[in-house]
Structures are given as C-alpha cells and as structure tokens.
Design a binder for this molecule. Structure first.
Ligand SMILES: Cc1cc2nc3c(=O)[nH]c(=O)nc-3n(C[C@H](O)[C@H](O)[C@H](O)COP(=O)(O)OP(=O)(O)OC[C@H]3O[C@@H](n4cnc5c(N)ncnc54)[C@H](O)[C@@H]3O)c2cc1C
Length: 265
C-alpha cells in the first residue's frame, strides 16, 4: 500500500504495519510507503486559474473549435478549423495537446512522417463513489496493476471518497459506467478497508486514458515530440498524457516551451 497525505514536504518513507495503523486505523496492510508531500487540488479551480492567467497575458480561448488539419506556411502553421474552408489562423507555434484525439490531428499534419504518429489505444477507468463518511485522511494506493495504478481510495476537496480507477480496454470513446462492475470494486475496496459498507458503494463516473500501445505493450512514458524529434519547426505533439498529467502539467508546459525555444510559464 502507499499512502499520500494532504500536507508536508518530507521524503517518501517506508512504514510498518504499526505506524500505518496509527495513521489510518481502518487500513489493513503489512507495510506502506508514506508520501507526506502528496496533495490534492481542485482541478476545475486550477483550470480556471490557469485560464485567467493566460487571458491576462493576451491568450484567447476558443471553445468548440475543432482543429482538423495543420498545413505548413512560410511563417508557421495554418490551423484549419472544422466548418471553415481556409485556415482560420496562422500560428508560429502549434502545441497539439488533444488528449484522446492528439494522434488524429498529428495524422492530419502536413509533412509529419507516419513514424511520429503513435498508435493510441483507449483504457477506460471507472470510479465508484462512497455515499457517506470514510475513516481515512490519506489517499491509499495498492500495488499497481498492468495498465493502471490499481483501485485506490481517493478523497476530494469536499472530503468525499471514491474507489478507482480500474482498467478496461475499449475501442471507442464511451464514458458509461456499468453497475455490474460493483462486485469487483467492492472486493478491491475491501482490500483497503475491510469494514466498508457495501450498500454505500455506488457507480460514479469514468475517465479514459490515451495509451501509447495496447495491453501487452510495456508501460510508456509521456511522449512530448518537438522539432528535435520530428524535424518540423514550431510543432509539439503530446501523446499518452495520462495520469499524472494533471499533476505534471506545469512541468510539461516548461518542457514544451523548451522544445519550442520560447519562455516557459
Ligand atoms: C481515470 C483517470 C484518472 C486520472 N487521475 C489523475 C490524477 O489523479 N492526477 C493526475 O495528475 N492526472 C490524472 N489523470 C490524468 C489527467 O486527467 C490527464 O493527464 C490530463 O487530463 C491530460 O490533459 P491534456 O490537456 O493533455 O488532455 P485532455 O485533458 O484530454 O484535454 C484535451 C483537450 O483537447 C481537446 N481536443 C482534442 N482534439 C482536438 C482538436 N482536434 N481540436 C481542438 N481541440 C481538441 C479535447 O476536447 C480536450 O478538451 C487521470 C486520468 C484518468 C482517465
């Protein structure tokens, strides 16, 4: 088991069953790694703050504008937007951070060789929420499983708890949550919290991971491909930005800026 606390700056530490019990009396495990510096953030508030800061520096956010194609221009890239005949804008630099669809835009980028467009597969991760108070103050992670972190206990800013996310390979984007997965979630949750009330575990929501390669491929790192890799100036493609992409977002932004030779955040 690994536990993460909401405050502190100490290093990752291995702790035994006794100390674990002192920190989390309901948790059963032989030993754990304690990460006192791990925290949680309100992701929506973080996005709002980043958007506010970007806007204050002159950025314009254009929602519902799907980039369908990138074409080369003398001074950068023509960005074609769905429904528009001509490139809607010409940009010196383009950062393709299209998440689940990043490989599609990369595949429609003029001059980008096929070897720089990875095969992306989808792995859905479902959460079940717990309707009620939980006796935990830390995030609790089991040993990782192939394709994911293992069904862990996460707390949000309001103190609500959820168990997830599992790993299910899917062919098309589908965020539905099958209530029949409940039994498996209960079994996984009981490994962390034997005293859980099964009636309070309810289907929650799903997220989808953009995986580089399929179930049998080795665990892949984020792919942040700049001109040094594909040879096209002013273009960075981001692939496979799954967890912990949100936590790492500012570090990723710095790396992207370095790849483009511009000032970072
Ligand atoms: C189940 C699950 C749990 C996770 N838990 C954590 C966690 O605890 N901590 C953490 O750090 N990370 C976590 N992550 C990972 C995190 O959510 C991602 O790393 C992060 O959202 C990636 O951000 P992104 O901007 O690269 O992609 P996305 O968030 O997927 O955003 C891509 C955006 O691009 C848009 N787009 C796509 N194609 C186009 C196009 N052609 N034109 C215009 N727009 C386009 C999409 O509509 C979307 O808005 C989790 C992910 C999942 C699935």
């Amino acid at each position: 088991m690994a536990m993460a606390a909401a405050a502190g700056v100490d290093d990752l530490r291995r702790i035994g069953a006794h100390e674990t019990l002192m920190l989390e009396p309901e948790l059963r495990c032989r030993e754990a790694l304690l990460s006192p510096s791990t925290g949680i953030v309100d992701s929506h508030a973080l996005m709002t703050a980043l958007l506010g800061e970007a806007s204050a520096h002159g950025a314009i956010f254009a929602a519902r504008s799907k980039a369908t194609r990138l074409t080369r221009r003398a001074n950068g890239w023509g960005v074609h937007i769905d429904g528009e005949a001509e490139p809607t804008l010409v940009a010196r630099n383009v950062i393709n951070a299209g998440g689940l669809a990043a490989h599609r835009l990369a595949g429609a980028t003029e001059g980008l060789a096929a070897e720089h467009v990875p095969d992306i597969r989808y792995a859905r991760g479902v959460y079940f929420t717990y309707a009620g108070k939980v006796p935990f103050r830390h995030l609790v992670y089991p040993v990782p499983v192939p394709g994911g972190l293992g069904t862990h206990l996460t707390l949000d800013m309001a103190g609500s708890a959820r168990f997830g996310a599992d790993v299910e390979w899917i062919d098309t984007i589908d965020y539905s949550v099958d209530p029949a997965r409940g039994a498996r979630f209960l079994a996984a949750a009981r490994l962390i919290w034997p005293g859980i009330d099964p009636d309070r575990l309810q289907p929650g929501y799903a997220g989808i991971r953009p995986k580089i390669g399929g179930p049998d491929a080795p665990v892949a790192d984020f792919r942040i491909d700049g001109p040094e890799r594909h040879g096209l100036p002013g273009l960075v493609n981001l692939f496979g930005i799954e967890s912990p992409g949100l936590t790492a977002s500012l570090a990723i932004a710095e790396l992207v800026a370095t790849r483009l030779g511009v000032d970072g955040p």
